[in-house]
Design a protein around this ligand. Structure first.
Ligand code: CO
Length: 134
């Protein structure tokens, strides 16, 4: 059976990265670990580690991305929770068997080799959930 290991990150969508950092980094005091452009998702991500997990600030870099549409519709705020699993293919098969709606039918791979996939909020009581396998 695939196992959920931890919350890997919580992602917050922002329209102004510096304004978001003035809260998370400067006021709350979480160190900024780095920022990364993710062309595949048309976004820029800032990583702020908090022990075993991290806060990720995500900002769309193109008007036509899914993230930009989300931001336009709902405004800045919570975007998704990411749970790290030991076996993403196994977990996706388990979810499909339970009629959970997946956004990605197959895992995608980040530039640094992490596998990820999203679960549709329709099946999760309204929260966009990401699966991660390191
Ligand atoms: Co994420």
């Amino acid at each position: 059976m695939p196992v959920v290991k931890r919350i890997n990150h919580v992602a917050v969508v922002v329209e102004d990265m510096e304004k978001a950092l003035s809260f998370w980094r400067d006021a709350l005091g979480i160190p900024l670990h780095g920022t990364l452009d993710v062309p595949a998702e048309k976004s820029q991500v800032a990583f702020l580690p908090t022990g075993e997990s991290e806060i990720e600030l995500v900002k769309p870099t193109s008007e036509d991305s899914g993230l930009a549409k989300y931001l336009a519709k709902r405004g800045p705020g919570m975007h998704h929770i990411c749970v790290e699993v030991d076996d993403i293919e196994g977990m996706m098969a388990q979810l499909k068997a339970k009629n959970i709606r997946l956004i990605n039918e197959e895992p995608r791979t980040t530039a640094d080799g992490k596998k990820y996939a999203f679960i549709h909020p329709e099946s999760t009581c309204g929260v966009l959930v990401e699966l991660y396998q390191l």
